[in-house]
Design a protein around this ligand. Structure first.
Ligand SMILES: NC(=O)c1ccc[n+]([C@@H]2O[C@H](COP(=O)([O-])OP(=O)(O)OC[C@H]3O[C@@H](n4cnc5c(N)ncnc54)[C@H](O)[C@@H]3O)[C@@H](O)[C@H]2O)c1
Length: 361
């Protein structure tokens, strides 16, 4: 599919971190973007304001809940394609309120699939899934190396976890996202919906409202910039492959553009082995950037936490023909600079107020 100038694309969760970056890219390419978002993540209205200030009325905000099938059905009218990123995004929140997590992540995805099947058959969909579909990887033997956990299996250590790995949903969030991931793939199989799934590791970058519950790279930087202590759940040797949001947007757009070739497939997506870093190593780098080591407090491991997860991105790299990804140190530095500028703007009171978008019920 070619992204035609003037065509309308739906981005659910388009006010969120990844969604706003993706919407900005699509708008920069001349598309119109319908942003469906309930704005329930605190602060994301600023992202919508940012999009509107850059792209004017080519941004169509639809403030609605994914749990409202009638609103979803209206939101897909006339779209050339859809990116589905809206979600209840935190494992912690899913444990506190599994019913809402289920309704938003599985019910909302189902509503979108049905809306596309009935109203826009043939319109492609790219879905934001998660590496949590692979569970806690407790069967893999690790050694707790100086720079964090690493698998004993040399092939796994070199390449990361591939799509061949069995699904093993842990926590309500893992179950709701994993079930949604399977529904998307089955709508491709059963109904010919041109859809693909991106199972993501940790994405970081500009416009991330990182909190202790989700978006830990930005959260660590925000706390460190404010001179506040960081809490590490576990021993801090957990390893993640972190990926810059700009590279992630490249992958999503390439997935939509190549949907004819990749429909029905899922891809592991993250920074890959070159961007695998332990929490402690990343915190040390924050100390170098800020000129002062952050204060760190330790707490118990969290439910379902993986000791190590690194995505094997070879399938995505081959299918999507992507440029090399930004290295995590450079990305961290860029995010720190952006967050520092945001802090200065907030202190100076120069942040623009949020617009009042159309409310759909
Ligand atoms: N950021 C990551 O590292 C990461 C990793 C794996 C998967 N994901 C997935 O990527 C997607 C985007 O994540 P993000 O980091 O940009 O999160 P985000 O919280 O910044 O964005 C999600 C957006 O969805 C909106 N939303 C939440 N509930 C909604 C509802 N009921 N109806 C409509 N909108 C609703 C929020 O207001 C928010 O703007 C999510 O589906 C998430 O599960 C993210």
């Amino acid at each position: 599919m070619r992204l035609a100038e003037g065509s309308t694309l739906l981005v659910t969760g388009g006010a969120g971190f990844i969604g706003a970056n993706l919407a900005d890219r699509l708008l920069a390419r001349g598309c119109r973007v319908r942003v469906l978002d309930s704005l329930e993540r605190p602060g994301v209205e600023r992202n919508l304001d940012w999009l509107a200030s850059r792209h004017g009325d080519r941004v169509e905000p639809v403030i609605a809940d994914l749990c409202d099938p009638a609103a979803i059905a209206r939101a897909v009218q006339g779209v050339a394609g859809a990116f589905h990123l809206a979600a209840q995004v935190a494992v912690t929140t899913s444990l506190a309120d599994p019913a809402r997590d289920f309704a938003v992540n599985l019910g909302g995805t189902f509503a979108l699939l049905e809306a596309l099947r009935r109203e826009r058959p043939g319109a492609p969909l790219v879905f934001a899934s998660t590496n949590k579909v692979y569970g806690d990887l407790a069967d893999i033997a690790f050694h707790p190396g100086k720079d964090g956990y690493a698998p004993l299996d040399p092939a796994l250590a070199r390449h990361g976890v591939s799509e061949e790995r069995s699904l093993d949903f842990h926590t309500p969030y893992g179950c709701s996202k994993g079930a949604a991931d399977q529904y998307v793939l089955d709508y491709a199989r059963s109904f010919g919906l041109p859809a693909a799934v991106m199972r993501m590791s940790c994405i970081y970058g500009e416009r991330q409202m990182g909190t202790e519950d989700q978006g830990w790279v930005a959260h660590f930087l925000i706390r460190a910039l404010a001179g506040e202590p960081l809490t590490l759940y576990g021993d801090g040797r957990q390893v993640r492959d972190v990926c810059d949001v700009a590279d992630t947007c490249d992958a999503y757009i390439a997935a939509l553009e190549r949907i004819e070739a990749i429909a029905g497939r899922s891809f592991n997506w993250g920074g890959g082995p070159d961007n695998a870093v332990s929490l402690l190593t990343l915190i040390a780098e924050i100390g170098r950037i800020n000129g002062e080591a952050p204060r760190v407090e330790f707490a118990d491991w969290r439910a379902g936490d993986q000791r190590w997860f690194v995505a094997d991105t070879r399938a995505a790299d081959a299918a999507l023909a992507l440029p090399p990804r930004k290295g995590w140190r450079a990305g961290l530095r860029d995010l720190a600079a952006w967050l520092a500028a945001e802090r200065r703007a907030a202190a100076a009171g120069t942040m623009r107020p949020a617009p009042s978008p159309e409310r759909v019920s």
